[in-house]
Design a protein around this ligand. Structure first.
Ligand code: NAP
Length: 249
């Protein structure tokens, strides 16, 4: 039987835009209890309002995933509000695609801080809570689920992706290690290898792509919701979802 997402407590980072926002709205339609995080409060709180209009419950909590204290406060607020966290969706992320010889220290530090360390910090804090509150889980629900759209650059590479791919392969490696570590305690991990998704992610990337041929954020969100709904006794380890073609050859 699929997992019922009604009242499921789901923490989504990067929830103010793109894939995270679309996931929040799809989960809201199913009546989930959402903790939405990103750095800027105004767009985040607008998503929370939309989620409530769609039938979900939602709080907006500004947090920078690279800062341990802010991550800790975020997780504490989610637990104080909903009593537990059933699932985490790691959507906070940034992109730098640029010729290797032009990469700066700032590019490399930012990629690794947000896309690798940020994912580890949030997952570490959330899994600790999932394990503490495991007994509160409703029957038919796993102890916890962690779904992360690491993207195809966490599995393949392309020209100009040295810093970005390093950060995403790093995140994928960390999450696979955690999947092994927490398997026996019932926390399940899904890695979502998405190709190009038409979101504001691409606004600052100087690369010839056809955005109208990319996946829609709602399609990416559909894959995330599918992973969260998968029957509790089964684990969807990996999903690869790509647009047919969005790069000029
Ligand atoms: N778009 C694609 O083609 C694609 C494909 C595969 C995988 N992905 C991955 O999917 C994830 C979501 O991408 P998207 O397309 O939805 O991008 P997006 O529309 O640009 O959204 C990124 C989100 O991350 C938040 N964020 C950025 N830095 C943060 C930080 N330090 N702390 C907390 N939140 C932060 C942003 O809000 P604030 O700026 O307010 O913090 C925003 O909510 C990223 O990890 C991306 O690498 C994207």
């Amino acid at each position: 039987m699929t997992v019922d997402l009604k009242s499921m407590s789901v923490l989504i980072t990067g929830a103010s835009s793109g894939i995270g926002r679309a996931t929040a709205l799809k989960l809201a339609e199913r009546g989930a209890a959402l903790t939405l995080a990103a750095r800027s409060y105004a767009p985040l709180s607008a998503v929370a309002e939309d989620a409530r209009r769609l039938g979900g419950q939602a709080i907006a909590v500004p947090a920078d995933v690279t800062q341990r204290a802010q991550v800790s406060d975020l997780v504490s607020e989610a637990v104080a509000t909903w009593g537990r966290i059933d699932a985490l969706v790691n959507c906070a992320g940034q992109g730098v695609i640029r010729p290797t010889l032009e990469l700066t220290d700032e590019d490399m530090d930012r990629m690794l801080a947000v896309n690798t360390k940020g994912v580890i910090l949030v997952t570490q804090a959330v899994v600790a809570e999932m394990l503490k509150t495991a007994a509160k889980r409703a029957a038919g629900r796993p102890v916890g689920r962690v779904v992360t759209p690491v993207g195809t650059m966490g599995r393949y590479v392309m020209r100009g992706s040295a810093a970005y791919s390093a950060s995403k392969w790093g995140a994928a490696g960390a999450l696979k290690a955690m999947a092994t570590e927490f398997q026996r305690q019932g926390v399940q991990f899904t890695l979502l290898y998405l190709g190009g998704v038409d979101s504001s992610f691409w606004d600052t990337i100087d690369m010839p792509v056809q955005r109208d041929k990319m996946l829609r954020p709602e399609e990416a969100a559909g894959a995330i919701v599918h992973a969260l709904e998968t029957p509790a006794h089964s684990v969807l380890n990996e999903i690869v979802l790509q647009p047919e073609s969005h790069q000029y050859l």
